[in-house]
Write a protein that binds this ligand. Structure first.
Ligand SMILES: Nc1ncnc2c1ncn2[C@@H]1O[C@H](COP(=O)(O)OP(=O)(O)OP(=O)(O)O)[C@@H](O)[C@H]1O
Ligand SMILES: [Mg+2]
Length: 409
């Protein structure tokens, strides 16, 4: 082989290696290999043969005239089988002079000479064939090029299996998770729904009791149970709600909520984003009412809703100067019924932040908190999936541990 032709072939081989490394299906691998195999040696045809049990399967070809595409022959009765069984290449300048060639299968074809290399020499899974319409003696360099291509092909084929297996496992896990989530959600929905009826009965009958401390306590407990159920129902409802994104004026939304809560809240102007208005209204109402509740014992409560930019992503935050909490317990924040304060300190059901977390993660965003006892609290949230490496940013301290972030559902 001339030096120049050899260099060209080497370049083509490198290119093929790159293409093969990106291939994700067997079809794509075959497509690359059959064309490159021909180009590397200037052959008139190339075949891609797969080992299929004790048969050779001529899976694909690229040639001046049809060869054996789609056909199967016993491993022992064809030259690709010979290459696989002997884990060696076969170079045949004149096919009619070689006893390994079944001449009858070749007579209808243009083939006069050939070179065949096994794919994966250690335990062949196939073979690549090159064919010439004239008498040609493939030189060792050409055969070496073909063998290099075959070796890369075997790596590419193994990769495809690994990818397929990984994909299958990811799909399986996702399905299981989705299934578990769905049944959990419908379970909690049904439970809360079915709890309402007996609760109404308790409430109804207790109202017939003579007035007194027991009646009051039964009715208070009933009311508490009722708000727990309402909140659980909300949580289940928002977990299932579809996110309908459109342009929402978050500043205006927060101002409305502040009006309802009758609270003085400093709201950054003109905060607009693509999100689900109804869901965001629920989330903001929870965050802002928490900020009000947990700062209500301050002589001068200060509450702020604003935003900052981190790694070209908008991070919204609700900040208060209230009671705060111990960051060691932060991982409980978003779990239903987990509370960091007692009923006598600050009343509540402990479902609000679980609902907020659901809503934010449904948007593809994350939510986390920064706080210290007596030092106030800031809740940060985003409304979309972060750009790569966003979590690595030095601008903010890292998000709270696993349960606080979006990916940790
Ligand atoms: N701004 C805040 N400052 C201090 N602690 C907070 C703040 N927001 C939430 N927390 C803590 O997190 C816990 C969970 O909050 P969440 O909103 O889920 O429940 P809640 O406010 O107790 O009840 P509700 O379901 O009525 O909202 C609270 O009980 C409280 O201990
Ligand atoms: Mg709350």
């Amino acid at each position: 082989m001339e030096v120049e032709a050899h260099n060209r072939a080497m370049l083509r081989l490198v290119q093929a290696v790159q293409e093969l490394s990106l291939a994700r299906t067997l079809e794509r691998v075959m497509e690359i290999v059959r064309t490159v195999a021909r180009e590397l040696t200037g052959a008139d045809g190339a075949t891609f043969v797969l080992k299929d049990g004790d048969k050779c399967f001529y899976a694909d070809e690229d040639a001046i005239e049809p060869l054996w595409k789609g056909m199967r022959f016993p491993l022992t009765a064809c030259i690709s089988g010979w290459a696989m069984l002997n884990r060696d290449n076969a170079v045949i300048p004149d096919i009619y002079q070689d006893p390994r060639i079944p001449a009858d299968a070749y007579r209808p074809t243009f083939v006069k000479s050939l070179a065949m290399v096994p794919i994966r020499s250690s335990a062949p899974i196939g073979a690549i064939g090159n064919y010439w319409a004239r008498h040609h003696h493939p030189d060792p360099q050409q055969v070496a090029l073909l063998q290099a291509l075959a070796d890369t092909t075997s790596v590419a084929m193994e990769n495809i299996q690994v990818y397929a297996e990984l994909e299958r496992r990811v799909e399986e896990r996702t399905r299981d998770l989705e299934e578990a989530n769905r049944s959990l959600e419908s379970f909690s929905y049904t439970v809360s729904h079915d709890l309402r009826a007996p609760l109404r009965a308790i409430d109804g009958f207790s109202s017939m009791l003579e007035p007194g401390p027991y009646k009051d306590r039964i009715q208070q407990a009933g009311q508490r149970m009722s708000s727990l159920i309402e909140n659980l129902l909300d949580l289940a409802r928002y977990a299932r709600a579809e996110v309908q994104r459109r342009q929402v004026d978050l500043s205006a939304l927060a101002a409305q909520i502040a009006g309802r809560l009758n609270a003085a809240i400093h709201i950054e102007k003109e905060m607009k984003d693509e999100c689900d208005r109804e869901l965001l209204s629920v989330a903001l109402e929870n965050l802002l009412s928490n900020a009000c509740k947990y700062s209500s014992k301050q002589p001068e409560p200060r509450i702020e809703f604003s935003r900052l930019s981190r790694d070209s992503q908008t991070v919204y935050f609700v900040r208060d100067n209230g009671a705060g909490f111990d960051m060691q317990r932060a991982e409980k924040l978003f779990t239903p019924f987990q509370r960091l304060h007692t009923q006598s300190e600050f009343p509540g059901t402990g479902v609000g932040l679980a609902t907020v977390h659901k809503i934010i993660t449904r948007h593809g965003g994350s939510i986390w908190a920064e706080s210290a006892v007596g030092q106030g609290t800031t809740f940060y949230f985003t409304l979309s999936t972060p750009p790569v490496l966003a979590w690595n940013s030095p601008v903010l301290s890292t998000p709270a541990p696993a349960p606080a972030t979006a990916g940790s559902e």
